[in-house]
Design a protein around this ligand. Structure first.
Ligand code: NDP
Length: 500
């Protein structure tokens, strides 16, 4: 394992180099101890303007925009290799401001960040244009061109994995970009940006600004020279950003929140469904847009399923995220931990049984006493119409709902404002076939946990988002079609002005 010391000060990275950083400083904390590990220099509107200007200059330079595909593939593969070569360091930096276990970060987040670059390197080698020659004497081709300067805004729950998807896609299709991570989690992404430059990304093509959403993020979204916006984050923030994008007629994609149903029919493979129910809510410390936070279980198996789930949840190892044996680390911030725990009180007040958790764990070692830990929480709700079953809690908080019939399962699953993913557990094919049609979500995972297929679109129905990410979806978003029509033999225009 490479030793890893976080930088004393994280600054923006503009035009190929870190900047000095302005006077507004924000502390960065290690969620496992509450200790300050670094400091962030917040980018104000003027610094955001310099970042957008650098991206604009790099886009105006034809060498980037028109780089041959094979050269671009080589560059993206070099980015992939650079990330893997620094995987330990990146995972440690991410752990130091996020608190997700090092093991999960290495195996999932950083591996995914590297794969994102390889995926788009391969994808752009297979894209093609269109030819129309049905109109007599004419041939029309449609080529796709990069859109311009992309604003890429990422949340704190998986900063490197999520931002790298946006960066890889934007660069693969020839755009330039300005990335803004959450001010809570700048460490790994700042290092990633440096590494990508060392791997060959030209100055100005990829710029990074750090700071709070309402300051740095808002300045970026409102900047007149930003051509498109890709946002992953909360639904309310998404609404604000999309309204701003609408005013400026800028295309945007919105990957937003979720309250996903994990539906377990009596016909499910019981043991796998149980393992998956735990994974879907407790991995990433429960902080996932796609977590299976509402577990719908068919009544005939529900008592046993809930009892087995409780037994396992109570035995989850909570602790030091740097220890590979840890299964549940701290939440990302103290305020977020208090919010998640607060939902146990909300649940009790609205008549929901809280069977486990709903508090900070009692017996942590002294070194972790200042950390933002929350116990795995399990609640059983009588119906779907409560805040606890409707609002995104975004923590290790599972809420069970029982159902008696197929119709009731689908009604409850669809009965939220969100529609990101649904999990479906049944070995009875007609139920699977029917439910995959009836579920109102952008993704349905059948008899599996989170299995992201990057070639396929990912995104949500309803309040879970607008637009999609993925191979073809990113091609559509990060490029503009250009239609070029040419006569196959010289055409004779109508001749004006020859009269006497
Ligand atoms: P937020 O919406 O609070 O923030 C997301 C990003 O937007 C952060 O970088 C934030 O900055 C920034 N931001 C906040 N306000 C503004 C603004 N007015 N203008 C521009 N940028 C702004 O979400 P969280 O960071 O709390 O992330 C959790 C949310 O993300 C959850 O709802 C989760 O479901 C969702 N999510 C969705 C995913 C999906 O693919 N659908 C995947 C992962 C998460 P800062 O934090 O510095 O204030």
């Amino acid at each position: 394992m490479t030793p890893c010391i976080p930088p004393e000060l994280v600054t923006s990275f503009i035009g190929g180099a870190p900047v000095k950083g302005g006077p507004q400083r924000l502390a960065v904390y290690y969620p496992a101890t509450g200790a300050q590990v670094s400091e962030l220099a917040e980018a104000d509107a003027a610094e955001v303007d310099r970042a957008v200007a650098a991206a604009r200059r790099a886009f105006a330079d034809r060498t980037w925009r028109l780089m041959p595909t094979e050269a671009r593939q080589t560059l993206l593969l070099a980015c992939h290799d650079a990330i893997l070569a620094h995987a330990d360091e990146l995972a440690r930096l991410e752990c130091l401001n996020l608190g997700v276990s090092l093991r999960e970060l290495r195996e999932r987040h950083i591996a995914r960040a590297a794969y994102n670059f390889r995926f788009f390197a391969e994808f752009i080698g297979q894209t093609r244009g269109e030819v129309y020659d049905q109109a007599a004497g004419y041939r029309t081709i449609v080529v796709r061109e990069p859109v311009g300067v992309a604003a890429l805004i990422a949340p704190w729950n998986a900063p490197t994995a999520l931002a790298s998807m946006k960066i890889a896609a934007a660069l693969a299709f020839g755009n330039t970009c300005v990335v803004k991570p959450s001010e809570q989690t700048p460490l790994a992404l700042a290092r990633l940006v440096e590494l990508l430059h060392l791997a060959g990304v030209p100055a100005g093509v990829l710029n990074l600004v750090n700071g709070r959403g309402p300051v740095t993020g808002a300045a970026l979204v409102a900047h007149p020279d930003v051509d498109l916006i890709s946002f992953t984050g909360g639904t309310e923030t998404g609404r604000q950003i999309m309204a701003e994008a609408g005013r400026r007629l800028k295309p945007c994609t919105m990957e937003l929140g979720g309250k996903s149903a994990n539906i377990v029919f009596a016909s499910a493979d019981y043991d796998r469904a149980l393992d998956a129910a735990l994974t879907s809510i407790y991995s990433n410390n429960g902080q996932q847009c796609l977590s299976g936070s509402r577990i719908l279980v068919e009544r005939s198996i529900s008592d046993r399923f809930i009892a087995d789930f409780l037994d396992r949840a109570a035995r989850i190892r909570i602790g030091d995220p740097m220890d590979d044996a840890t299964e549940l680390g701290p939440l990302a911030s103290g305020a977020h931990r208090d919010r998640v725990i607060g939902y146990a009180d909300i649940a009790r007040a609205e008549g929901i049984e809280v069977l486990l958790g709903g508090a900070a764990p009692a017996n942590l070692p002294d070194a972790l006493a200042g950390g933002y830990f929350a116990q795995p929480t399990v609640a059983v709700a009588p119906d779907n119409a409560r805040r606890t079953t409707q609002e995104e809690i975004f923590g290790p908080f599972a809420t069970f709902l029982r159902f008696d019939s197929y119709e009731e399962a689908i009604e409850k699953a669809n009965g939220t404002a969100f529609g990101l993913v649904s999990y479906l557990w049944s070995d009875y094919l007609p139920t699977v076939e029917r439910a995959t049609r009836d579920l109102r979500s952008g993704v349905v995972w059948v008899n599996t946990t989170m299995t992201r297929e990057l070639r396929a679109p990912f995104g949500g129905y309803k309040d879970s988002g607008v637009g999609r990410e993925g191979g073809e979806a990113c091609l559509q978003f990060y490029t503009e079609p250009k239609t070029v029509t040419t006569p196959s033999t010289p055409m004779s225009p109508r001749r004006f002005g020859l009269g006497t």
